[in-house]
Design a protein around this ligand. Structure first.
Ligand SMILES: [Zn+2]
Ligand SMILES: [Zn+2]
Length: 139
């Protein structure tokens, strides 16, 4: 579980505490599933000018330290704080993304497979959201 305080989270992950890292963690706390564009807008409101490259560097460091999860749901990549495990459903039509609470009993239990020790399982469901389903039926 990620501590509420970004400084504590960074220290816990042995990361240097910087204004930019704090700003990104804070932005993600308020905007789960944000892409880099949205994060950039929020962080710049807070800190003034921050280059997109700097933003990617921060996100890479936070993702590598497992404070942040990168969601590979297509383009653009989206990010969220690691906290409680959950799955996602993404719309094929418009890309809207929602959390799905995980029913652990429904997942195959794979502590080891092909010699790997599995410590994380991500499930991505795809389909059409209510708005896109309506559009398909009433063009
Ligand atoms: Zn949709
Ligand atoms: Zn999520």
């Amino acid at each position: 579980m990620l501590p509420d305080d970004p400084v504590t989270a960074l220290r816990g992950a042995s990361l240097r505490v910087t204004k930019q890292r704090i700003a990104v963690l804070t932005a993600l706390a308020h905007h789960p599933h944000a892409d880099v564009d949205l994060l950039g807008r929020v962080v710049r409101e807070d800190l003034g000018s921050v280059s997109t490259q700097a933003l990617y560097d921060v996100l890479t460091a936070l993702t590598d330290a497992r404070l942040v999860r990168r969601l590979d749901t297509g383009h653009p990549a989206r990010f969220e704080l690691r906290g409680h495990d959950h799955d996602h459903v993404v719309c094929r039509g418009c890309g809207v993304l929602a959390d799905v609470e995980r029913d652990n009993s429904a997942l195959p239990h794979l502590p080891q497979v092909h010699g790997f020790r599995v410590d994380e399982t991500e499930v991505l469901h795809r389909g059409l959201c209510p708005r896109c389903r309506t559009r398909v039926h009433h063009p």
